[in-house]
Design a binder for this molecule. Structure first.
Ligand code: C2O
Ligand code: CU
Length: 480
């Protein structure tokens, strides 16, 4: 047996592919197995491969003409699971990932939100992608606590939408340990809010079929060619399940780490008594108790659920990428059902640092202007990747980035290899110091950011709506 086949078997025997848990019906994605015995090294093997099913199982309901019994590709997976395995490490740990590409196309691994060395960033500006059949090692130190993620940085629309993404959790031993931790990866597929009850819970093949239908253009309601989907046409899934019910013991404090892995769908989340404790870059400066919380594609957020005797529902509004809400009923995308009758939970004491935001001195070192939309092209400073001007910042300096959006779509601004501080959004400074790696820039909005340029490389700057990124809304910031 080849090494690869051995790995595949080893990986598929331990987990259900949907990350499900027979006891509770809903669970975090299965975690990656650590192949290294050392306590401060996480060594993981990831195999990117196709997910297939036989045409008979599809019973022609997508109008395809595939002969019965023929194998069709419905999407992709890492180690057979969607979302991919969660990598869990501690601050200071070395993470080693051996990626084997069993796809028909090139791929890479990008570590979204993590300050990895440039050669580990998974981009193909200076480096080559991982060819089919090739195994590539990625190795770096997890230098900050938080909830991050990984995904390919070539063929992004096809591969990320097809199922290639997973979460990286970096723990800080100084943070309190919750009674339970849940990782929830949100994904949106074309499907419509009226179809929540069709037995999709936990079955990756249904999600894949929806993806395949969207890819083949067979779904009239898919507007992805424009990079913006009508939010009423999106079916949200949590770890592959459509509107799952999560049973949790009453009295527990649950740390919930969320990722919006959708290529274009915005989550406008709400539930009673929201307690947001973390963002893109670990714990916040202070507890945030919003009425609603917007997660753009690529964003992470951490919440504390203090489970009482009453259940509650997580809803999303129908946020559109043109700003505001579409008409229609807010879908319930997850429900919490308490079990038992535990003592009423007391929230944990999180070590928020309370740091004040840095004052904006008003100078601008780099300006980024988002434009486009009219003819399907999207640009930064009037340029479409790869025909871009490479801006340079000296290593070790600080810079203020001024990001303006003059286009009719919102754009989540993302920078590789660094975090940045949000100085202001439309002239308003945040209440406490706020670190992000992905920040939504609304239509006609202006966001000012402080960057400490402490990682050398040719870093991608782009919109995280994947059709926009692939369409060229991306540029390079060289730090040397
Ligand atoms: Cu999550 Cu350059 O991307
Ligand atoms: Cu965009």
């Amino acid at each position: 047996m080849t090494l690869l086949a051995t790995l595949l078997l080893a990986c598929s025997s331990g987990h259900r592919p949907d990350g499900g848990d027979a006891a509770s019906g809903f669970a975090s994605p299965a975690e990656a197995e650590d192949l290294d015995a050392a306590a401060d090294v996480l060594h993981v093997a990831l195999v990117a491969d196709e997910r297939t099913e036989t045409a008979a199982a599809k019973s022609g309901d997508h109008g395809d003409t595939t002969a019965s019994g023929e194998t069709v590709v419905t999407g992709y997976a890492y180690n057979g699971q969607v979302p991919g395995p969660t990598l869990r490490a501690k601050v200071g740990d070395t993470i080693v990932v051996d990626l084997t590409n069993e796809l028909d196309a090139t791929t890479t691994l990008h570590w979204h939100g993590m300050a990895v060395p440039y050669a580990m960033d998974g981009v193909v500006w200076r480096d080559d992608p991982v060819e089919p059949g090739e195994t590539r090692r990625y190795e770096f130190v997890a230098d900050r606590a938080g909830t991050f993620w990984y995904h390919p940085h070539v063929n992004v629309v096809d591969q990320v939408e097809g199922g290639l993404y997973g979460v990286v959790v970096v723990e800080d031993p100084a943070e309190p340990v919750a009674d339970r931790e849940l990782v929830i990866v949100w994904q949106a597929t074309a499907g419509g809010t009226g179809s929540h009850d069709d037995g999709m819970d936990g079955d990756i093949h249904d999600t894949g079929a929806a993806t395949a239908a969207a890819k083949s253009g067979g779904d009239d309601h898919d507007h992805s060619a424009h990079g913006v989907s009508d939010p009423a046409d999106l079916l949200w899934t949590a770890n592959g399940s459509a509107s799952p019910t999560v049973e949790l013991p009453a009295g527990e404090r649950v740390r919930v780490r969320m990722l919006n892995a959708a290529k274009a769908g915005y989550l406008d989340l709400t539930w009673p008594g929201m307690r947001r404790i973390g963002g893109d870059q670990g714990l916040l400066g202070a507890l945030d108790e919003p009425e609603r919380f917007l997660m753009a594609p690529g964003d992470r957020a951490e919440f504390e659920w203090v489970v009482g005797d009453d259940g509650f529902s997580v809803e999303t509004g129908l946020w559109t990428a043109n700003g505001g809400q579409a008409a229609g009923a807010a879908p319930t995308i997850l429900s919490i059902a308490p079990t038992g009758g535990g003592a009423s939970g007391v929230p944990l004491e999180w070590p928020f640092d309370g740091a004040a935001p840095t004052e904006d001195a008003g100078n601008t070192d780099l300006a980024y202007v988002f434009t486009g939309g009219a003819d399907g092209t999207w640009a930064i400073n009037g340029e479409v990747y790869p025909d871009v001007t490479v801006e340079t910042l000296p290593l070790g300096t600080e810079a203020v980035l001024d990001v303006r959006n003059l286009s009719p779509s919102e754009h989540p601004f993302h920078l590789h290899g660094h975090r940045f501080e949000v100085l202001s959004v439309d002239g308003v400074a945040p209440a406490v110091r706020t670190w992000e790696d992905t920040v939504n820039v609304g239509v006609l909005s202006r966001v000012r950011l402080r960057l400490v340029a402490d990682n050398a490389g040719d870093w991608m700057v782009h919109c995280h709506l994947l059709d926009h990124e692939e369409g060229g809304m991306m540029t390079i910031l060289r730090i040397e």
